[in-house]
Design a protein around this ligand. Structure first.
Ligand code: NI
Length: 135
């Protein structure tokens, strides 16, 4: 299994003000605000020094991250890993102590590529992203 760090997911209450504040730190927007209607979150991708962050902000009380938001406010909450083969990586991780917390679903903010979230009892939440076949 080959996993490559893709981005750090960052939970934020006010996505526009958060993006402005990250710009102050030197980050630039690489993907303008995108609404994910399935997860009920707005997403902005930013980059600095080769590191990508994903700002995630719920627009509804029943979004997938609303529960997390009440606990963590503005903070990083997952690391996303790109996998050559999503199903294979997921199977290998679940055979090694991780639990899938959803099924693979397309992510409109990442070119419609499929993602899946898993939880590790000791490592916390991670995201798997299927590798883009396009050059
Ligand atoms: Ni993510």
């Amino acid at each position: 299994m080959s996993l490559k760090v893709h981005h750090v997911g960052y939970l934020v209450k006010n996505i526009d003000k958060a993006a402005a504040q990250f710009e102050t730190l030197g980050y630039t927007i690489i993907n303008e605000k995108c609404r994910d209607d399935y997860r009920k979150v707005d997403i902005i991708f930013m980059e600095k020094d080769g590191y990508e962050i994903e700002l995630v902000s719920p627009f509804s009380d029943d979004s997938v991250v609303s529960g997390l938001m009440s606990r963590f406010k503005n903070s990083p909450y997952h690391i996303c890993y790109e996998a050559d083969d999503l199903e294979k990586a997921s199977a290998e991780l679940t055979a090694n102590g991780f639990t899938a917390i959803d099924v693979p679903t397309t992510a409109p903010a990442i070119d419609g590529r499929r993602v899946q979230f898993l939880m590790g009892r000791f490592a916390g939440m991670i995201e798997l992203l299927e590798k883009n076949d396009m050059p």
